[in-house]
Write a protein that binds this ligand. Structure first.
Ligand code: ADP
Ligand code: MG
Length: 349
């Protein structure tokens, strides 16, 4: 791309400067960072493709915000403190106004969490944004998907279903008239959750030593909780020496029971469910970027207090069981059958 270097200098170099942890930032073949002693590096990557991860008419500011936010959300789920990020950007053309707004979206979110942009790549093609983010954790203190134990409580931060409600609004052809039972405020809240999710980084360090496992809810609660149960089951089988067993890698020994009436829902999502009975929205809508945690009952009070002191609510929605694999949803104690549409998002289905 002819203007590649101007573009990098104008829009991205300013996001790189003024950070003590960066020895060499944008401009060299690679970035050089100072890694704190006795810490491990946590590395995450997520790609957003136009039309797949965000509707075509999404604002440049929101695309940038979300591309960074989804990565920071992964760091939060690992219990990491954010360190820096890089950006691989594929653009269909050089559009100065679009780039200005895009860089403002990155700037506003990265300033909030004080992280530098340290490098990237710029190419021409269909609009695609890949962010790689790095964070630190003290040695051996990363919070993994694989630590859930029988009897742990299943919890989620804040509320679920808001981003999925926002997507319904964003995709509706007649935006003014869709979901008429929602107030204007509820619609704004849902669209904000979709376009500018706030990664739960404010509480990432609080999870260490208290949550037995964690995952960020990006594909939907049921899908992401299932990932956590699968990884935790594998870890248990390995501990028992079952790792040598040929089918151990596919076996899931842990399951979970979820009580739908305990799901934390905003007034908009609650009203949506009252009107439509569509539980798929909070169960598998995705785009939540809240954290789903498993917590031993003995750690619950302390974790709850830590999170509440930072303005984050934590709701217990169920428990981890070893009596049957899979996730059982109960509605006031009665089994609620999960429809095909409630299973979560998968790209190659
Ligand atoms: P190379 O020739 O080594 O691939 P580039 O010409 O792609 O290097 O990039 C030049 C410098 O600009 C590098 O330091 C690279 O990390 C940085 N860079 C390129 N694209 C971006 C981007 N989209 N965001 C941030 N930094 C970028
Ligand atoms: Mg390059």
């Amino acid at each position: 791309m002819a203007l590649e270097f101007d573009l990098i200098e104008s829009y991205f170099l300013p996001l790189s400067e003024g950070f003590a942890s960066v020895d060499v930032g944008i401009g060299d073949d690679g970035a050089v960072l100072n890694v704190p002693e006795k810490h491990q590096l946590v590395v995450v990557t997520d790609t957003l493709v136009e039309g797949v991860h965000f509707p075509v008419e999404t604002l440049a500011y929101d695309i940038a915000w979300k591309a960074l936010a989804v990565n920071l959300s992964d760091l939060a789920a690992m219990g990491a403190e954010p360190a820096c990020y890089s950006l691989a950007l594929t653009l269909p053309n050089y559009d100065a106004i679009w780039l200005q707004k895009f860089s403002e979206g990155l700037r506003d979110l990265s300033t909030q969490f004080k992280i530098p942009l340290v490098g990237g790549d710029t190419t021409k093609g269909p609009l695609t944004i890949t962010v790689t983010a790095q964070g630190w954790v003290p040695n051996q203190q990363a919070v993994l998907r694989s630590g859930a134990q029988e009897g742990n409580l299943v919890c989620v931060t804040n509320t679920l279903g808001e981003g999925a409600l926002g997507l319904k609004l964003a995709l509706a052809p007649e935006k003014e008239r869709v979901l008429p039972f929602l107030s204007k405020q509820e619609k704004v809240r849902a669209l904000n959750a979709l376009n500018r999710p706030v990664p739960q980084l404010a509480i990432s360090t609080d999870l260490r030593g208290l949550a037995s496992s964690a995952i960020d809810v990006s594909d939907g609660l049921l899908a992401d909780l299932a990932h956590m149960l699968k990884q935790s089951s594998r870890a248990l089988l390995k501990q028992d020496g079952g790792g040598r067993n040929s089918n151990a890698s596919s076996a899931t020994v842990l399951g979970a029971e979820i009580e739908l009436t305990q799901l934390p829902l905003s007034s908009g999502v609650l009203r949506y469910i009252e009107q439509t009975k569509d539980w798929a929205l909070p169960l598998s809508g995705g785009d939540d970027y809240q954290l789903c945690l498993t917590v031993s009952p003995k750690n619950m009070t302390q974790l709850m207090a830590r999170l509440n002191s930072k303005g984050v609510s934590l709701s217990v929605i169920g428990k981890v069981v070893a009596t049957h694999p899979g996730i059982t949803c109960l509605n006031q104690g009665v089994v609620h059958n999960i429809g095909g549409g409630e299973k979560g998002y998968s790209h190659f289905q």
